[in-house]
Design a protein around this ligand. Structure first.
Ligand SMILES: Cc1ncc(COP(=O)(O)O)c(C=O)c1O
Length: 485
């Protein structure tokens, strides 16, 4: 009986992109060590029935959190004044960093808060979208600072926008879309002088950069850094559902908590956004960290560095394609070489589609118009994992072949379809509803994206549409996927 159920699940899973083996260069983080996955499974299973809601009833949760926080704190050079919480993932860590900073800003600026001033959240354009989500949820004004086309942000541009109404300035280590390590040192120092909190979003790189050679200081070594996030379910190689948020100072950490005795039930004290929560991802991460220790992370990072060097070397030989900027850490972003003649350029959207046809998945990133009207080019993101080292030759060859196959082809173009959307009267202030969105998506061929349909058409369309329209279409696409039939 249950064999049939699990068989069905296996059939469903067979439709998924492979989570192991290095063929998918986004979403998944394979250490290449099957014994780590086995250990994580066993630990997760041991902790499965536990409710992480209440460590007074389940003290194993507090014990594992202590160890995990201690390990990450040491790795990011936090002293004894640094403490924090284990959260369910990068987004939750970012949300909580913002909520905490907003609450403290309101306490510290009672007059401005009483007059209804919305505090600002200042960040480079390349800061993770989770910060926009946080600004919307917690009522801050998101103030994105434009980056150069190579994905770097000038510290001076961020500093120039610092003011009394800034509750938090965010920098990334590194930024996901570009792989760039933001100028944490200069920004954190300027923020400290002005009494502004500074969060380092190291969700992506926080468990790689501590062992990366030659990364400029980006963590609690810098006195202006007041909080930092690092995801265990990325380069901590744990299953999804675990990240760490660290604060400088107990007072700041405690501002993150929600506690109430003002209802007839049990007193509620939540360090994080959820109430009841699984202890399994925590247990898995805890076990992996015990097993790897500093040396294990150092070895895995060395492997990622070799992968990065190998891919950069390969891209340097490919006409029409370049690495964006000078990435530091486990991401590389590919863009068309604008210095090459048009018929030699490699469109990253087409490149990603071509690689997908050959079993390699890199991630399309639409071109992006920033707040000052300048553009960040369309690109393809590559997350570099240790397992890829074993397939590096194959991947390098596939990259070159895919680039050869698409070189000089007309870049994916969404202008015709975007024109049709406009003709139908849709605009930033008039977004299509569910039925109209679905019709438009089908017209664009996007109803079939999960069945191997090239993504480049959809990405090119996103680039051309007003953001609210594109967002409505994408929300519809995902909602339709899970709608009961
Ligand atoms: C720099 C950065 N911050 C935050 C996040 C959000 O993390 P999650 O997807 O775990 O919510 C990501 C995810 O890729 C990231 O790269």
């Amino acid at each position: 009986m249950s064999g049939g159920i699990l068989g069905r699940l296996r059939d469903l899973r067979a439709l998924d992109a492979p989570t192991h083996g290095g063929h998918v260069l986004a979403y998944v983080y394979d250490s290449g060590m099957p014994e780590l996955d086995e250990l994580a499974d066993a630990a997760a299973s041991l902790a499965r029935p536990v409710n992480g809601l209440d460590p007074t009833v389940f003290p194993s949760v507090a014990a594992m959190e202590r160890d995990l926080l201690g390990f990450v704190r040491r790795a990011v050079h936090g002293g004894r004044d640094v403490t924090g919480s284990v959260t369910s993932g990068g987004t939750e860590s970012c949300l909580l960093a913002v909520k905490t900073a907003r609450d403290l800003w309101r306490t510290e600026h009672p007059d401005a808060a009483a007059q209804g001033t919305r505090p600002r959240l200042l960040a480079p354009s390349t800061a993770h979208a989770a910060f926009q989500k946080a600004a919307r949820l917690f009522d801050l004004e998101f103030d994105p600072v434009p980056c150069a086309p190579d994905g770097t942000v000038a510290a001076a541009d961020l500093i120039a926008r610092m003011g009394d109404d800034v509750a938090l300035v965010v920098v990334s280590a590194p930024a996901y879309p570009s792989g760039a390590l933001d100028p944490v040192g200069a920004v954190a120092a300027a923020a400290k002088v002005r009494g502004i909190r500074c969060h380092v979003d190291a969700c992506f790189g926080g468990l790689v950069l501590p062992w990366w050679r030659d990364a400029a200081p980006w963590d609690f070594r810098l006195p202006g850094v007041t909080s930092l996030s690092a995801d265990l379910h990325k380069f901590g190689y744990a299953p999804k559902g675990v990240s760490v948020l660290l604060h400088r100072g107990r007072r700041q950490h405690r501002a993150q908590f929600f506690a109430t005795t003002r209802w007839p039930g049990y007193p509620v004290v939540n360090a994080t956004l959820l109430g009841s929560r699984s202890a399994s991802p925590l247990a898995a991460a805890w076990a992996i960290v015990q097993r790897l220790g500093d040396d294990g992370f150092a070895e895995l990072t060395a492997s990622i560095e070799r992968v990065a060097a190998g891919i950069r070397d390969e891209v340097a030989r490919i006409p029409g394609l370049v690495v964006m900027g000078d990435p530091v850490g486990p991401a590389i972003t590919l863009v068309a070489d604008v210095a090459a003649p048009i018929d030699v350029r490699v469109d990253p959207h087409r490149l990603a589609d071509e690689l997908a046809d050959h079993g390699w998945r890199i991630q399309h990133q639409p071109g992006f118009v920033q707040s000052d009207g300048t553009r960040l080019p369309r690109s393809a993101h590559l997350t570099l994992t240790p397992v890829l080292e074993r397939r590096l030759k194959d991947f390098r060859r596939a990259l070159t072949h895919a680039a050869d196959a698409v070189r000089g082809r007309r870049p994916a173009d969404g202008r015709w379809m975007a024109g049709a959307v406009r003709t139908l009267g849709y605009a930033a202030d008039r977004v299509p509803g569910p039925a109209a969105s679905w019709r438009l998506l089908r017209l664009a061929g996007a109803g079939r994206v999960t069945q191997g349909q090239p993504m480049s058409t959809l990405m090119a369309l996103i680039e051309e549409l007003p953001a609210p329209v594109a967002e409505a279409l994408l929300a519809e696409l995902l909602a339709r996927m899970s709608e009961p039939r």
